[in-house]
Write a protein that binds this ligand. Sequence first.
Ligand code: ATP
Length: 218
Amino acid sequence: MMPMHILYGGTFDPVHHGHLRLALEVSERFGNVPVHLVPCYIPPHRGETGATAAQRLRLLELAIDGEPRLRIDDRELRREGASYTADTLRQLRNELGPDVPLVMVLGTDAFAGFDLWKEWQQIPDLAHIVVVRRPGTLLDPEGEPARLLTERGGEAVDASARASGRVIELDPPWLDISATGVRERIGRGRSPRYLVPDNVWEEIRRLGLYGACPVKNF
Ligand code: ATP
């Protein structure tokens, strides 16, 4: 069977257990295919990040240590400048060839604004989209993302049968963790322990990220 390539992009500022659990659930759903975490450089629709690109990458490396099903693809960081998913997918499609199923994973919150992305209409021709239901986020039933879901909806199994074109909804258990919440906790002198891996928290303190202070935080 043709190998599948799965991509999961985000700011990862910082990576947390919500991201890591989701990546593993998706990997298992597709037969333990590795999931490539893709940290973005400067998110086009967001402001400044709390850590630099190199620091976010370092935290990701620590987070996936020892888990072969989770990998990092740092091409957006190496490319620098605004990270557009369409560019990343086009680059990967060139590398993989026309037949390898390529899957892009994102939460409902990210998918809700999908039609604001650069060249979004071309994305379904480059990859399958896996939308992971995020509690509390509803799609506008009249909007383009909802229309895409209706027109191109499919099951996980459909993704391995063709290279791109399906929009697949998954509903794995969702941990109620956000990077914003992690940053806020740290900024207030509280501990994000058990929300992020211990080695990630240790490195955040060592680097003094997000206002962490080795004396104040523990
Ligand atoms: P922030 O709070 O800074 O907005 P975030 O925690 O939502 O960050 P991002 O890096 O912006 O994380 O998200 C990357 C992707 O991960 C998005 O597609 C988002 O839907 C998904 N995601 C975020 N939090 C979780 C979670 N708890 N479980 C599963 N997926 C998540």
